[in-house]
Design a protein around this ligand. Structure first.
Ligand code: ADE
Ligand code: ZN
Length: 326
């Protein structure tokens, strides 16, 4: 009450956003109708996405994504997503892209999807002043063999736009080590590395990602809080956490904003950043994340500026791009 919210219109940098997960439900509904695709009951009566837990969320995500069948669909999606981010004051975004969804891991098809996405990104940059970069991301529950094919797509297209390699999907399935071959290939191609860990898995899952995949950032990583020795190690090593508080709360990992560990992680000097993950699924935006963090932890402008600086330093784009942004 009486809190000053004007600190949060600051420029924002987002490091953890799934492109399909950012698709507005109306956009997906429109595609399903136009193409006569039966995607089942994935919507609530009010039109929002309907899911009950994380596994169900992943299934709804995949059903929604099944409507995105051509490079043109991704072109339109990219424009729609960046337009929405731009309204929150986002000036730089890194998005996860999966050749599994974009052309079924066929290199030729993947190049066509990538072309459509980068064209849209260039348009958005010119019109809205928002810069996009891509992180190629296999899906953990699709298994290590498909991840290898994905890594090949990533290595072949590494460059100005594709700057990183990651791992999303169900953290309860398999071990980071199963994906070491793919991460080695991506690293050798010059890609920077991140991995979802410490969201559904505990501290051990984060340790495994750091040791076996040698990542420099962790997607989520919030469950490090269950092991303070690990928290200290993250702080000392400068490992960056891509924290998505609204996603964690919407998926039931924590009961509310004040109970979310980002406050304590920040106090313990871990390099935390703030992202939305899959904003329409979790009824969130970057602006809302900032506003609710301000409310929950009384974070002031200095904290948000520090987070923007941390995010920019941790961005996978090249130094010239970084210098242009902030
Ligand atoms: N794919 C989309 N959102 C995800 C999340 N929060 N965790 C793992 N995989 C995802
Ligand atoms: Zn994610």
């Amino acid at each position: 009450p009486g809190k000053e919210l004007s600190v949060t219109p600051l420029p924002k940098i987002e490091l953890h956003l799934h492109l399909e997960g950012a698709a507005p439900p109306a956009f997906i509904r429109g595609l399903a109708k136009q193409k006569h695709i039966d995607i089942g009951g994935i919507f609530n009566p009010d039109g929002s996405y309907a899911f009950t837990d994380f596994w169900h969320f992943l299934k709804v995500y995949e059903a929604a994504t099944s409507t995105l069948q051509r490079p043109e669909d991704y072109h339109r999606l990219t424009l729609a997503v960046l337009e929405e981010s731009s309204k929150s004051g986002v000036i730089y975004t890194e998005t996860f892209l999966s050749p599994d969804f974009c052309g079924g891991r066929d290199l030729g098809a993947w190049r066509e999807y990538l072309h459509a996405i980068t064209e849209a990104a260039a348009t958005a940059e010119a019109q809205m002043g928002i810069t996009l970069r891509g992180i190629v991301t296999p899906i953990r529950h699709f298994g290590p063999d498909k991840a290898r094919e994905t890594a090949r797509c990533a290595a072949e297209t590494a460059g100005d736009f594709i700057v990183g390699f990651g791992l999303a999907g169900d953290e309860k399935i398999g071990k980071p080590k199963d994906f070491a071959w793919s991460f080695d290939m991506a690293r050798e191609a010059g890609l920077r590395l991140t991995c979802h860990a410490g969201e559904w898995g505990g501290p051990e899952s984060i340790r495994d990602a750091l040791t076996d995949l040698r990542v420099e950032r962790i997607g989520h990583g919030v469950r490090a809080i269950e092991d303070l020795a690990l928290v200290d190690e993250l702080a000392e090593r400068g490992i960056v956490l891509e924290v998505c508080p609204g996603s964690n709360i919407a998926l039931g990992l924590y009961p509310g904003w004040r109970k979310h560990p980002i406050g304590e992680l920040f106090e313990r000097e871990v390099k935390v950043t703030v992202s939305t993950d899959d904003p329409p699924f979790f009824h969130t935006t970057m602006q809302r994340e900032y506003d609710l963090l301000h409310e929950a932890f009384d974070w002031d402008e200095a904290v948000f500026r520090k987070i923007a600086r941390t995010s920019l330093d941790a961005a996978f784009c090249d130094a010239d791009t970084r210098a242009r942004i902030l």
